[in-house]
Design a protein around this ligand. Structure first.
Ligand code: ADP
Length: 455
């Protein structure tokens, strides 16, 4: 089979670009073992986890504000999650129908033969596909460290996966890890009434995030975090009963009993077979790309989690579109991804978001800036939900007053960050933000209030 573009992996790094290419008349073959669009984000990532999060937040707000005592049947939550996933799969099938003349989706696992030839291993045997361009968007997967009894643990895939068999949860849950998936899941399950603790290997959580954001967020989460406690072993002591052994950091082996252990110990890139042999990789095994999404081979692009640049669905979508434009310009780059303007949100309850250059980086880069902040306790939304904790901070380049970065911890952070992302992306100044009449009553109003503080 011959085509113009082969896309390996049908997630956010794959299908948006396929649609764009198809609209311009390119023939595209997408290969994915799921046989559906949406990738891991829809199958076991952002969509299912945030569906559960939204329900958890409703339960938690009800219980707190209306003095209810709701502890929902977890299987009902999982049913709703599966329905949301099903709706989105149906939506994607409709989209594929629209593009049926130009896009073919092959259910199979792809293997690279060379930079223009791919073999798809399907139920009905091997299909060889030849294309002028190749986009690799094979995503990432959870890292599952091996230790005695590690087989008794689950990962986020088991909790959030489409039609997962995990429909009931025990009252006591231990999450291993201190990254954003660990913290999000911990606050979601806590909001649903489970007793959750985090076992963290080092003395820190959310490594890589600006410390001021972490220090503002953590006290609001009210999580039980056991630092310097690397997991050593899990022993099964009963039906949904485990003894978890960990080191207390002073060389002592300690243990606790819990009903479920979830490992959230990082994610690693997934490369199709044959890719490592012909493509340049970074030290962590991601496919190296430049800002146009090009790899070391001029006709091969790599988008999404697999390149390690920004492991978020919305970032993958942006990369996928950039790769499409750069293919349409015959490989001469015309579109570059501005990673600094891609927002990042930790969807804990409450959430935290940031975009742009954070102060520690600005200092390293020698950028002089002024900052302005606003406490969320003065925000009507925060008051309505009685979630008054949190802060918004804006950083403006000294002189130009261009917004170079911003973060917000608290109610609706994940919504407000979009406006801030637009401002960072398009070089808006404090004046632009201050003059805008943000919709009342929304948390976004704080952006204009805060910008006015520097004028
Ligand atoms: P991203 O958001 O980075 O695009 P996702 O992790 O959401 O990525 O999706 C990646 C997709 O790639 C998954 O659906 C996975 O099944 C698919 N995939 C992984 N390895 C292969 C392979 N060798 N051949 C085809 N598809 C693959």
């Amino acid at each position: 089979m011959e085509t113009d573009v082969i896309i390996i992996g049908a997630g956010g790094g794959g299908y948006p670009g396929a649609f764009r290419l198809a609209r311009s008349g390119y023939r595209v073959v997408i290969i994915d073992p799921k046989g559906e669009l949406g990738g891991n984000c829809l199958f076991s990532g952002c969509i299912p986890s945030k569906t559960i999060r939204e329900l958890a937040q409703i339960v938690w707000r009800n219980n707190r504000i209306l003095k209810a005592n709701l502890k929902p049947d977890f299987s009902l939550i999982q049913d709703h999650k599966d329905r949301v996933q099903e709706i989105r799969y149906m939506q994607h099938r409709e989209e594929l129908k629209e593009f049926r003349d130009n896009i073919e989706l092959i259910r199979g696992k792809a293997k690279l033969i060379d930079n223009k030839t791919v073999e798809a291993e399907t139920e009905n045997g091997m299909i060889e596909v030849k294309g002028r361009y190749l986009v690799i968007s094979t995503g990432s997967e959870p890292v599952k460290p091996k230790f005695p009894g590690s087989e008794f643990s689950i990962t986020s895939d088991d909790l959030y996966g489409y039609r997962t068999s995990l429909r009931r949860l025990p009252d006591d849950i231990t999450i291993v890890g201190g990254g954003y998936i660990a913290l999000e899941t911990a606050t979601i399950l806590k909001a649903l009434g489970y007793n959750v603790r985090l076992l963290v290997r080092s003395d820190k959580v959310l490594k890589g995030f600006e410390s001021e954001i972490v220090n503002t967020l953590l006290p609001l989460l009210g999580l039980e975090i056991m630092y310097n406690s690397p997991i050593l072993e899990i022993k099964k002591i009963g039906e949904q009963e485990f003894e978890v052994f960990y080191s207390d950091g002073k060389g002592n082996k300690k243990s606790l009993e819990t009903g479920l252990v979830m490992l959230a110990t990082g994610r690693k890139p997934v490369l199709p077979e044959g890719a490592g042999g012909i493509l340049a990789l970074d030290s962590k095994g991601h496919i190296s790309v430049d800002d146009s999404m090009k790899t070391n081979l001029p006709n091969v692009f790599a988008t999404g989690d697999v390149n390690g640049k920004a492991p978020y669905f919305h970032a993958a979508v942006r990369m996928s579109i950039a790769a499409a434009y750069n293919i349409m310009s015959n490989g001469t780059p015309v579109d570059y991804v501005d990673f600094k303007s891609i927002p990042v949100t930790i969807f804990t309850i409450p959430p935290a978001s940031y975009v742009g250059i954070m102060p520690s980086e600005a200092k390293r880069m020698g950028i002089s800036f002024i900052e302005a902040s606003y406490e969320l306790k003065n925000d009507p939304m925060a008051q309505m939900y009685d979630e008054m904790g949190g802060v918004l901070k804006l950083y403006f380049e000294r002189g130009s007053l261009r917004l170079i970065g911003a973060w917000i911890v608290g109610v609706h952070a994940g919504f407000a960050i979009n406006e801030l992302g637009q401002a960072v992306a398009h070089g808006l100044t404090a004046r632009d933000l201050a003059e805008f009449a943000d919709q009342h009553p929304t948390t976004n109003e704080l952006i204009a209030y805060t910008a006015r503080k520097v004028l």
